[in-house]
Design a protein around this ligand. Sequence first.
Ligand SMILES: Nc1ncnc2c1ncn2[C@@H]1O[C@H](COP(=O)(O)OP(=O)(O)OP(=O)(O)O)[C@@H](O)[C@H]1O
Ligand SMILES: [Mg+2]
Length: 497
Amino acid sequence: MEQFLEFKNISKAFPGVQALDNVSFRADGGRVCALMGENGAGKSTLLKILSGDYQPDEGHVYINGEVKSFASPYQSIKSSISVIYQERQLMTAMSVMENIFLDDLHENKLGFINKPLLRRKTQEIIDVFGLPIKPTDIVGRLSVAHQQMIEIMKAYRRDSDIIAFDEPTAPLTAGEITILFNLIKNLKERGKIIIYVSHRMAEVFQISDDIIVLKDGKLMTTFKTSETDEKSLVKAMVGRDIGDTYAKLRRNEEIGDVILEVNNLVTEYIHDVSFNLRRGEVLGFAGLIGAGRTEVMRAVFGADPVSSGEIWLDGKAVSFKSPKNAIDSGIALCPEDRKEQGLILGRSIRDNISIPVLSKMKKRLFLDVKKEERLAAAAVSKYSIKTPTTEKLMVELSGGNQQKTILGRWTSEMMDTKVLILDEPTKGIDVGAKAEVYQMVHDLASLGIGVIFISSELIEVLNISDRIIVMHNGHITGEVTRHEATEERVLELAMKD
Ligand SMILES: Nc1ncnc2c1ncn2[C@@H]1O[C@H](COP(=O)(O)OP(=O)(O)OP(=O)(O)O)[C@@H](O)[C@H]1O
Ligand SMILES: [Mg+2]
């Protein structure tokens, strides 16, 4: 019999927001149901109800017509549900095999683990995925992409009937996305119910059969993927026609002198990297994930040790011992992985935005709270961060709204930035907010700031940058101007040794 999952009249409120408002829909086995909507629309909340992390205020979940209630994640797993969260939930100090078999280890009341068996079973799963990792590798030492794949392996291992993915591809390389999509196709053929949350249009059109659109916690529309197009989908999500973002971009055309020059930079991860950046320029860094772009920027920012090479900022040779030195000299870096770098989850939006400029906000000995509030409120409005107040804790924000807060921190008017480095700034943010970020980048460039924009989304780098540097395997493989750049040319460089 065909399996099916139903959400009936689900509502869930948090202080100040109705995260879900009477949501009902059905997902059928053998199909991929995509869940789309702006940041804060309620997608992750819905999945957390399915996973037993949250209880709905109203409504119920049904599986094959039978009402279910999950008082805990454990009960959800027992009902053959696996949810792969937006935030990774791995035990980073443990091995790959311990992570993959974590729930089984828990059940083993004897406290005895058959390691050779565990290793063999884990290797079988790794082989299915075809990844270069070992069962005994410590998870915390693996790349973010491989950590994400381990989350997916965990779900695969359980062989659940219902599998929900919350933005699974955000940290993955092109090769890993192919592996994931083949896996999803296989799960689909086996009649599984698949829920897929993503902000990436192309992916949703490639992998889904049905699309459910949420907005402000309400179900707006459902589409059959084959019967809709990107434009209609965006319109349903945003509530208006946003048109061609890139065509509407007001670019900065005034490019000045060199502000940052990097010569023959070498670190543990990168070889002989040289480039320069001009005032008012938007310099794109393209490449496949793992090409070394983040590593270059970490070295420039004083976050990783430099073995040799020179960095010149505004005509002076610099060598930063720590990110604090770099920030004081006018370099800001908005990091890629908001979870591991930069965000203080237990603190408010306001605290997270004001951190780098706290010393400038003193009124005599005390913090000028009003000034701090103005700064935070400006970011909330600039990026439409969905929150009732600036006091809301970061942990309580949706993934995309956390990303926007980080952007707000590094682009606030008090930053005095000369060089702004944005590492995958649009990861996980919705279509409307992406347009705001592109415009913000060019507005900052118009003020004379040199902006470095790292992105793995080729179309985005091509459209937003004045010049593009391409990296592969820790070194620069080429450079193209905006006018010369084509997808083919950049891809070719991204794969060149
Ligand atoms: N634990 C929580 N406490 C307070 N508010 C919360 C909590 N979890 C979610 N919210 C709020 O509920 C709303 C919906 O959040 P949710 O995480 O479901 O959004 P989302 O659609 O997944 O967005 P994104 O695309 O940014 O990940 C947001 O306004 C968010 O701030
Ligand atoms: Mg989410």
